[in-house]
Design a protein. Structure first.
Length: 589
């Protein structure tokens, strides 16, 4: 699961970085758009002022040389304006579209004249002094020919009488001035005392209104040229058509800013909703698939991990997981493994149930038969209708004893199997010489007259092997294995118990081999399962089917392993492997 954790961490980290970069890009784009918008609004209010600020900001000066943008040079030519940069000594370091009558250097008095009058040689001049951007100050000049101003000068010179316009010449004045223009004569309090031309419904000017109209014509429908007569302290204001189309409504700037933020907010909201929907589909679909699989598993459909439609949705034609589901490929693999395990467990459970039912049927028969014999002989002995000889009574007692011992053995097997399953079997280990122990076990079966002549042999390929065992339970292993070989094979079948060293010197091997009928694959697979009694219906099998299972559990108690190898008609070999340290044991002479 570490791979899945690392992939999920890496995946969501990349998504976080991607979303952060996206938001940062949108933010930077919005910031650039806002700066551009503000700059554009400045240009709308007053092209000269806004243009001067933008050009001075965008122009870079290195080693006393300035680089003016080609775009601004074209704009200046289009507007018939000129631009000039002057250093602290009054010398020009760069210019654009400069008229021939504008010099390359300025004196102190000329600089002061420009600053005081904002005019120079008939040009209206806008200026800016930069003392922050560079180590030395630079002076920026933006000039243009103000025809309206020149027209106002001519009108004043031609028609003014004692500081006022003569009423007798009013018609000539308006004709020369043009119907679209307006001329106001304003006193020092801002009151319009004379008005000629088009009526603008202006009777009074606030103290800074004329300055605002002059510096920011984009806020108004008309442009103004202003001349202040210092002798009479009167002001001439000429309104003309805004030829540069810089008309600008007072609330447009704030409205556009609001619209811009609303548009950007809507875009970010749509992007956020899109990402949320995408996340929902991307991470919701696998969860729906997992839920569908769990529902099928609830109804016992362990083998159907994915439906045909789900497989087409997840896997490509070449069997690889699609990119959108690749994040969960280990999860899908785990589902398949779980489904396989559950299916196998379900089959095993059904097989065990069937085996248990067969075992119950068989064990019931095995118990019923001896119980019937005991019950029958008991009725006979209880009845006074017959007289029995001593030999007959002995025979009855022998049958009752044998049947009782058989049933007692079954009960003991049940108890032992339960103790082994719950790790509650009490045992003590002691170190013994394994060679002598196995010889005694084999000899016991040779001498057992009840079994008849048993063809069993001990093959000693390793000498003086010591092993720590519980004598009682270790002997039970071989009792079960040898009796299994005797019961399931024809009489006089050769049986060999072999002791030898394993390839690894830390282990010893014991093999119980017979040359009998052998077993098929199914019997080999289930030989050590509880309640398994074989599948040969032609063969009468006694017992509870616990013998081989008990043998395997006792082998485990001794840290050993047990394996079976067999083939039908070729006999059976059961190998046991135990950890041991081989060392010589002193023998009594």
């Amino acid at each position: 699961m570490r791979v899945v954790k690392r992939r999920l961490t890496f995946h969501f980290l990349l998504q976080y970085i991607g979303i952060t970069l996206l938001i940062s890009t949108i933010f930077v784009a919005l910031l650039i758009l806002l700066i551009w918008f503000i700059s554009t609004e400045d240009l709308k209010r007053s092209f000269p002022t806004g243009a001067l600020e933008s050009i001075s900001t965008e122009t870079s000066i290195t080693d006393g040389k300035a680089d003016i943008s080609k775009g601004w040079e074209q704009q200046l030519q289009k507007k018939d304006m000129w631009f000039q940069i002057v250093d602290e000594n009054g010398k020009e370091i760069a210019s654009s579209n400069k008229p021939p009558d504008i010099q390359d250097s300025y004196s102190l008095s000329e600089i002061l004249e420009i600053e005081e009058n904002q005019r120079f040689k008939g040009y209206s001049v806008y200026t800016e002094l930069d003392t922050i951007s560079y180590n030395e100050p630079y002076y920026y000049l933006l000039g243009f020919r103000d025809m309206t101003y020149e027209q106002l000068q001519k009108l004043i010179e031609k028609y003014s009488q004692n500081g006022e316009m003569g009423k007798s010449k009013a018609n000539l004045l308006e004709k020369e001035m043009g119907k679209s223009n307006t001329l106001h004569l304003v006193n020092e309090e801002g009151k319009v005392i004379q008005s000629f031309g088009k009526d603008l419904n202006i009777e009074h000017y606030n103290p800074i209104e004329i300055l605002t109209r002059e510096k920011a014509p984009g806020l108004y429908n008309t442009r103004v040229s202003v001349i202040h007569d210092q002798k009479t302290n009167q002001i001439w204001v000429l309104h003309s058509k805004n030829n540069m189309k810089e008309a600008y409504a007072e609330q447009t700037f704030y409205r556009d800013i609001l619209i811009a933020f609303i548009i950007v907010g809507v875009i970010i909201l749509l992007i956020t909703i899109s990402i949320a929907v995408w996340h929902g589909f991307r991470y919701g679909r696998p969860i729906i698939i997992f839920t569908s699989w769990l529902e099928r598993m609830e109804h016992g459909q362990y083998q159907e991990v994915l439906t045909e439609d789900e497989r087409k949705r997840i896997f490509r034609k070449n069997g690889k997981v699609k990119v959108r589901y690749r994040l969960y490929q280990e999860v899908f693999q785990a589902f398949y493994n779980m489904a396989e395990t559950l299916s196998s467990t379900d089959k095993e459970r059904k097989r065990l149930d069937q085996t248990r039912e067969e075992w119950m049927t068989g064990i019931s028969h095995d118990l019923r038969t001896p119980l019937a014999s005991v019950q029958g002989y008991g009725h006979l002995l209880e009845s006074d209708k017959y007289e029995w000889s001593n030999d007959e009574i002995k025979d009855m007692g022998k049958v009752i004893r044998e049947k009782g011992e058989y049933m007692l053995g079954l009960v003991e097997d049940f108890s032992l199997a339960f103790q082994l399953k719950n790790n509650s079997l009490y045992y003590l280990k002691e170190r013994i010489l394994l060679n002598d122990f196995l010889k005694d076990v084999v000899q016991k079966y040779k001498n057992d007259r009840m079994l008849g002549n048993v063809n069993i042999s001990f093959v000693e390929e390793a000498k003086n092997i010591e092993l720590a065992i519980s004598r009682k339970w270790f002997e039970r292993i071989f009792d079960n294995l040898i009796m299994n070989a005797i019961k399931h094979n024809p009489p006089n079948t050769a049986i060999f118990v072999t002791l030898k060293k394993a390839i690894d010197p830390q282990f010893v091997e014991i093999a119980v081999e017979d040359q009998g009928v052998g077993m098929n694959e199914e019997m080999q697979e289930n030989l050590f399962e509880r309640y398994f009694r074989g599948t040969n219906t032609e063969e009468k099998v006694d017992g509870a089917g616990l013998g081989m299972s008990i043998a395997k559990e006792i082998v485990k108690l001794h840290n050993g392993e047990i394996h079976v190898t067999s083939a039908v008609g070729e006999g059976t070999v059961i190998k046991l492997r135990f950890p041991v340290q081989a060392k010589p044991v002193e023998q009594d002479e």
